[in-house]
Design a protein around this ligand. Structure first.
Ligand SMILES: NC(=O)c1ccc[n+]([C@@H]2O[C@H](COP(=O)([O-])OP(=O)(O)OC[C@H]3O[C@@H](n4cnc5c(N)ncnc54)[C@H](O)[C@@H]3O)[C@@H](O)[C@H]2O)c1
Length: 284
């Protein structure tokens, strides 16, 4: 099986590794510049060195799997791919631009999947020759570890595409769920309003950040509190998804918390900037 991953960032490199960890899968990792592809490859090498350290794989297996990884900056290499997974930044125009090229380059059987967190698969595929081959394949971070993959069925996705993509997800040891296209899919539609509500409780001065998280850990058996989760996801991402939910549904229940907006404006994005609802001095 040949997989072509577009975008070698956090998700693209993680998805590439998730495929590489399985026998007999060739992965092409594509980005705009060699240095971006190399950054992605370094992340995968690091991922495999952790597996090696934990003795989940042997040195020979690691070397063999890495030999199945091919760096590229050329979309033409996707011509005979069985599956293309796009994981570039969250922008409809940019994603459609890539797919408009791949729609012409790839063979008729290629499945086109986007790792989008919230954008419409139907809109992404509209007007393309292979629109029926499009779907969403929403991996979770870190992609090599997280079991769930949300398979998003657009208005034009065929049953054959659905069955093939479910098969592929299972083949790499994931647990897929299928969802008819809807803003936020399942996880983000439930999770993001919860994170947003935790911000509101904090903003209203009802409880401290520590107590909000403690309450949800001990009272709802969550392994991580909502504000620590928001820091992990990134407050900019949470805000963006809330804005998409609000825009797509028009329902005011998805209105982003003012506190969340202020924190994004102040670059308090969470772990990645060293400060969010909690402090991360190691990342400052
Ligand atoms: N980060 C998460 O936790 C997460 C989780 C699930 C889904 N997603 C979704 O995954 C996608 C990627 O997110 P990310 O966090 O990995 O982003 P990122 O910024 O880490 O990586 C994006 C990569 O895409 C590359 N790129 C941009 N334009 C390109 C082009 N035209 N051709 C090839 N490469 C190009 C960039 O150079 C960059 O390396 C987004 O749609 C996001 O919503 C993210």
């Amino acid at each position: 099986m040949k997989i072509f991953v577009v975008g070698a960032g956090t998700m693209g490199s993680g998805i590439a590794q998730a495929f590489l960890q399985n026998e007999g899968i060739e992965v092409w990792l594509c980005d705009q510049k060699d240095e971006f592809v190399n950054n992605g490859i370094k992340k995968i090498e690091h991922g495999f060195s952790l597996l090696l350290k934990k003795e989940r794989i042997t040195q020979e297996q690691r070397d063999e799997r890495m030999s199945y990884l091919h760096p590229t900056t050329n979309y033409e290499d996707a011509a005979d791919a069985d599956l293309v997974i796009e994981a570039i930044y969250e922008n409809m125009e940019a994603k459609r631009d890539i797919f408009s090229q791949l729609d012409v380059i790839c063979k008729d059987e290629t499945i086109f999947a986007s790792n989008t967190s919230a954008l419409s698969i139907t809109e992404m595929a509209a007007g393309f020759k292979h629109a029926g081959n499009f779907c969403g394949m929403h991996f979770f971070n870190p992609a090599p570890v997280m079991k769930l993959v949300e398979i998003i069925l657009g208005f034009l996705t065929t049953d054959e595409t659905k069955e093939r993509v479910l098969d592929i997800a299972k083949k790499i040891g994931k647990e897929p769920v299928t969802i008819k296209e809807a803003p936020g899919f399942i996880v983000n539609r439930i999770l993001m309003p919860m994170l947003n509500e935790a911000c509101e409780i904090l903003r209203e001065g009802i409880a401290s950040a520590e107590d909000i998280d403690k309450a949800m850990r001990l009272g709802a058996s969550h392994s991580m509190g909502p504000l620590a989760t928001a820091d992990l996801v990134g407050n900019d991402i949470t805000l963006h998804i809330m804005e998409t939910l609000l825009e797509e549904t028009g329902d005011p229940k998805y209105r982003p918390s003012i506190l969340l907006k202020q924190m994004v404006r102040a670059n308090q994005l969470g772990r990645k900037t060293g400060k969010g609802f909690f402090e991360y001095p190691e990342n400052k």
